[in-house]
Design a protein around this ligand. Structure first.
Ligand code: PGA
Length: 262
């Protein structure tokens, strides 16, 4: 079965850029990509701004016919109700989000998100027509104790529990020790985890889902190392933090095919 997966380059802004800064940034990124005649059918682009930026991004994207996708960095496991401070997937869909990050290591670490909560959020995302970008990854301690793949594999199994066959998801493998550290995994290390993660998708969601699901690498991705990751057969894109806030760096990452002749 030959399946081509469209690579996805995703920018996780984290808690950066207010809605006015977001408008300026999205405009500049759009100009840079239009100038470069970027073909969005060959490399998909998505940005993940803070919640308070999403309405402004939606307005701009529809007014300026901007071709990149956007999504939120989190969502509630609940659809509506007395959950102060939470954001429903329904609200994100209404703002035109296509994707939502779920289980980012900073949510797991600073907000105590458990595998159970993350599984509930994945279900909520799908119920509201959003594609969850499910983030998994081991800490430096996990790496030493269990090797690279055991923890991310267990996290993904938990996140997918109870989903129907064929569910539309994206997986982001982000070793916690590589996030924001400037110490990216090697492409070989990332591939060695991406392969068992794809096997998990196959076991839970079926072979067709395993063949079509994009697995991203994240953790200190930049213009100088993206190409190596993209050469790996099981890596289909990147989740980029710090470098996604710099127009030149992020557009160079998006255009990795041009600067390295992959
Ligand atoms: P980084 O962050 O690219 O700054 O390492 C990646 C992420 O946390 O998604």
């Amino acid at each position: 079965m030959v399946v081509t997966r469209t690579p996805l380059i995703a920018g996780n802004w984290k808690m950066n850029l207010d809605h006015l800064q977001a408008i300026a940034f999205v405009q500049k990124l759009d100009w840079a990509l239009k100038d470069a005649k970027h073909d969005f059918a060959s490399v998909e682009v998505a940005v993940f701004p803070p919640f308070t930026d999403l309405r402004s991004v939606q307005t701009l994207v529809s007014a300026d016919k901007i071709e990149f996708a956007y999504g939120a960095q989190d969502l509630s496991a609940h659809a509506s109700g007395a959950y102060t401070g939470e954001i429903s997937g329904a609200f994100l869909s209404a703002l035109g989000c296509g994707y939502v990050l779920v289980g980012h290591s900073e949510r797991r670490q600073y907000h105590g998100e458990t595998d159970e909560l993350i599984a509930a959020k994945v279900k909520a995302a799908i119920a509201h027509g959003l594609v969850p970008v499910i983030c998994v990854g081991e800490t430096a301690g996990d790496l030493e104790e269990h090797g690279a793949s055991a923890v991310p594999v267990a996290q993904l199994e938990a996140a997918l529990a109870g989903l129907p066959k064929g569910a539309d998801i994206v997986v982001a493998y982000e070793p916690v020790w590589a996030i924001g550290s400037g110490q990216a995994a090697t492409p070989e290390q990332a591939e060695q985890v991406a392969l068992p993660l794809r096997a998990v998708v196959g076991r839970v969601l079926g072979d067709a889902a395993a063949a079509k699901t994009r697995i991203l690498y994240g953790g200190s991705v930049g213009a100088s190392n993206i190409a190596g990751f993209m050469r790996e057969p099981n890596i289909d894109g990147a989740l980029v933090g710090g470098a996604s806030l710099k127009i030149n760096d992020f557009s160079a990452i998006i255009r990795y095919q041009k600067h390295v002749g992959v």
